[in-house]
Structure formats: structure tokens, C-alpha cells
Design a protein around this ligand. Structure first.
Ligand SMILES: C[S@@+](CC[C@H](N)C(=O)[O-])C[C@H]1O[C@@H](n2cnc3c(N)ncnc32)[C@H](O)[C@@H]1O
Length: 275
């Protein structure tokens, strides 16, 4: 596939905005290099590389991984979004386009952002086969995404932000606030739980272990692997719905809603104040 150097978004109001893509999308922008410690930058870079490798290898099979819970969470996120034709929407960590394709079919102009080139290719070829012309893919780590201020109506994401470091989660919520027009919506659908401090956490963890244990030896291996990732926060770094809500509030979002869809996952929504 030809690698794009820029993406043009046609804004609803008047102009077209051209977003230039950096030639090395693993590079953390210079602004961050000065504002953050080198240790934090290094962790962000390593996390981006790991996710790119991991999801590049799963792009062909991901759509077949038809997890009913995850699909329900995605459906709820779309339901909570007030999508109307002509809106400009951004799907962060779009994968094969589970949300992005639906949003585009509703008449929105959609940018799907994913760290994995292979995922974006899948989404784009699906869009092509369905004759959808209002969806653009960007191969870009969410942490490096930069959009013009007040250019977007909806920022949405499904099961992607738990892969980010906590400092990067906060940064993305703040950045989304800047990209949104007054009244715009940020909707985060994701696995949301802590590391076992609350009864709710313990219930979710126990139910996941039970499901995996039923699969016998491969299940026990998954329990071990997931326990390591979860406890040491490697790949999987979920935070609670309350922690997400605090990030929304700190960034300035109002009208916060948090809906528990399946045991492990919530959808948290907020609006940028304004009309
Ligand atoms: C669990 S999949 C979910 C995909 C899609 N949202 C869905 O609902 O099917 C997680 C996705 O997040 C993407 N991802 C993980 N870390 C990322 C990052 N730092 N920047 C951009 N995308 C990322 C992965 O490449 C993968 O496609």
C-alpha cells in the first residue's frame, strides 16, 4: 500500500485541513522530549513499538476474534454517541474499523487512527469493498496524534486505551478536549478495572479466571500470562471508570456519564462545554 504523507480532512464549516504525517511515527514529538523525563519518553516509545508488533501480527485474525462482550461494548459506545451525517469523528486505536466503519456508514467523516499498518490496511480495504468514501486511515500512535483545535465533533475509542501508559491516557484526554468543537463528545469504551482493590475488581478477575480455567491446559497458560501482564502492567493497563472520570473532569469535560456494559468494561462519555 502507498504510505500517505498527509491526510486531508474537509471540515463541516468551511475549509479543508491538511494533516502532515511525520515520516517516523514512532518518534515522540519534540514538545514531549522537552516536557517529559527521558525515562517516560523511553517507556512510551517502547510501549508503541510493542503494540505495533503485537497488533501487526494479529490483524488478520482480529476480526474473527468475535468476542460478544467487546461487540456489545462497541455497540453501546455508538449508541451513546450522537452521530449525525456530516460530523467529523476520530476513532483512536480503530483496529479493523469496528467503530469507524459504522460511523462512516452513518454519514460521518471518519479518521481511524491505529499504530498498526496492517490493521489500517484491513479497515481501508473493508471500506473500499463496501463503497465507503468518507473514512481515512492514519498509521500513527495515538500518543503522537495532533489535530487542529476545535476541528472534530466526536473522539471515540473501543478497547484500545488500556494499552497506553497512565500518563499517556491523561495526555490523550487533554488532547481530545483541544481537538473537539464546543459541545463535542469524547467517548471511551474499554476494559475498566483496578488491580483487585475493590470487590467489583475481584469479581471481574475471578470470573475471567473461571472462563480461562475451563479451557484446560491452554487456559492455565493464559491465566499465568494474563496475570503477569495485568499485575506488572505490561500491555494491559486498565484503570477504573472512576479514574477515567477524574481524567475527564480534570481536562474540563462536563455531563459525564459512565455505563457498565459487561463486567469488565464501561463506556465513559463527556462533552466539551458549549453549544
Ligand atoms: C483490542 S484492539 C481494538 C480494535 C478496535 N478498536 C476494535 O474495537 O475492534 C486494540 C487496537 O489498539 C491499537 N493500539 C494499541 N496501542 C496503540 C497506540 N499506542 N496507538 C494507536 N493504536 C494503538 C492496536 O493496534 C489495535 O488495533
Amino acid at each position: 500500500m502507498l504510505r500517505r504523507e498527509s491526510v486531508v480532512i474537509t471540515l463541516r464549516n468551511e475549509n479543508e485541513v491538511i494533516l502532515n504525517l511525520p515520516d517516523d511515527s514512532t518518534k515522540v514529538p519534540d514538545e514531549d522530549v522537552t516536557n517529559q523525563s527521558w525515562r517516560k519518553n523511553l517507556r512510551t516509545r517502547l510501549s508503541i513499538r510493542t503494540q505495533r508488533r503485537k497488533w501487526g501480527g494479529r490483524a488478520d485474525t482480529w476480526d474473527r476474534h468475535n468476542d460478544v462482550g467487546m461487540s456489545n461494548v462497541a455497540a453501546r459506545a455508538i449508541e451513546m454517541a450522537d452521530v449525525r451525517p456530516g460530523m467529523v469523528c476520530v476513532d483512536l486505536g480503530c483496529g479493523g474499523g469496528r467503530l469507524a466503519l459504522l460511523l462512516a456508514k452513518s454519514g460521518a467523516t471518519v479518521i481511524g487512527v491505529d499504530v498498526s499498518d496492517a490493521m489500517i490496511q484491513r479497515m481501508e480495504s473493508q471500506a473500499e469493498s463496501e463503497g465507503i468514501g468518507t473514512l481515512t486511515g492514519m498509521v500513527m500512535p495515538i500518543q503522537n496524534l495532533s489535530l487542529p483545535d476545535e476541528s472534530v465533533d466526536l473522539v471515540i475509542t473501543n478497547y484500545a486505551l488500556h494499552h497506553l501508559l497512565d500518563a499517556d491516557k491523561a495526555k490523550v484526554v487533554r488532547a481530545a478536549y483541544g481537538w473537539l468543537r464546543p459541545g463535542g463528545q469524547l467517548i471511551i469504551a474499554d476494559m475498566m478495572l483496578g488491580r483487585g482493590a475493590t470487590a467489583q475488581d475481584r469479581q471481574v478477575i475471578a470470573s475471567k479466571i473461571k472462563i480461562m480455567a475451563k479451557k484446560g491446559l491452554p487456559g492455565y497458560w493464559r491465566i499465568l500470562k494474563n496475570a503477569g501482564r495485568f499485575l506488572f502492567r505490561v500491555h494491559e493497563r486498565p484503570i477504573t471508570p472512576e479514574a477515567w472520570s477524574r481524567l475527564f473532569e480534570a481536562a474540563g469535560f462536563v455531563n459525564l456519564e459512565s455505563v457498565n456494559v459487561v463486567a469488565e468494561a464501561n463506556v465513559v462519555k463527556g462533552n466539551k462545554p458549549g453549544n
